[in-house]
Ligand binder design. Sequence first.
Ligand SMILES: Nc1ncnc2c1ncn2[C@@H]1O[C@H](COP(=O)(O)OP(=O)(O)O)[C@@H](O)[C@H]1O
Ligand SMILES: [Mg+2]
Length: 257
Amino acid sequence: MSETLLKVSNIETFYGPIQAIRGVSIEVKQGSIVTVLGANGAGKTTILRTISGVLDAERGEVSFQGQNIGGLTPDRVMRQGICHSPEGREIFPFLSVAENLMMGSFTRNDKDEIARDLEMCYGYFPRLKERAQQRAGQLSGGEQQMLAISRALMGQPKLLLLDEPSLGLSPILVTQIFEIVKRINRERGVAILLVEQNAHIALKTADYGYVLEVGRIVMEDRCAVLMEKDDIKEFYLGQKDSGARGHRRWKKKKLWR
Ligand SMILES: Nc1ncnc2c1ncn2[C@@H]1O[C@H](COP(=O)(O)OP(=O)(O)O)[C@@H](O)[C@H]1O
Ligand SMILES: [Mg+2]
């Protein structure tokens, strides 16, 4: 049994009077990839923001390596080893690609290792090396996503939070970027918490998954198991003739009789 790295217990998070998260518990084990699937507005981004300290949970607990990190500021959370690639990438458009990457290492002062990590990012994403001196705002959507992930890597994470890296990208690019995410996990031992609307790629990438609906976890299991569930097939993978629909049709027939 591998060790628990992140434990989110029964958190409730609000935006003013609006409750976005209604008692969510999530666990990420050392070195694993965990996904939270959910439609637009389900609360995925809010969960990541609560973990990274951008928002505070009203109730519940977030612990990392056995320590309570609830209430810490985002930079303190980052120093613990949790780095966030946010929704919409949030790169600095007027800074160069290289400068954006250096921003990701602002909590560190180990110069030599920072230089090595920069080369590591360029190794994973050679496009970024080619464009190192260009303004980040001139990058394509896919390249900006690569930059957002790399900037998070520059913080030397033990846990990487990825908010919808597939958003707005072509299927080929999505496949390429997720291949690299898997390599980062495998080669660097970085655990990953991935939130996604794209259930296809998320279930293929992660080991374990949670399904979030309107601020609540409604299902969780190993991804291999989730993939075979009729509800997941119909509502998240868009397989129209899945058993879920067949089952309802069958129930309807019974009612008519
Ligand atoms: N800044 C905000 N102020 C008020 N409500 C918000 C804000 N951000 C998100 N919400 C609401 O919180 C809920 C969850 O949003 P979010 O976490 O962004 O979902 P997701 O990332 O799954 O699309 C939604 O109902 C959304 O409208
Ligand atoms: Mg979101």
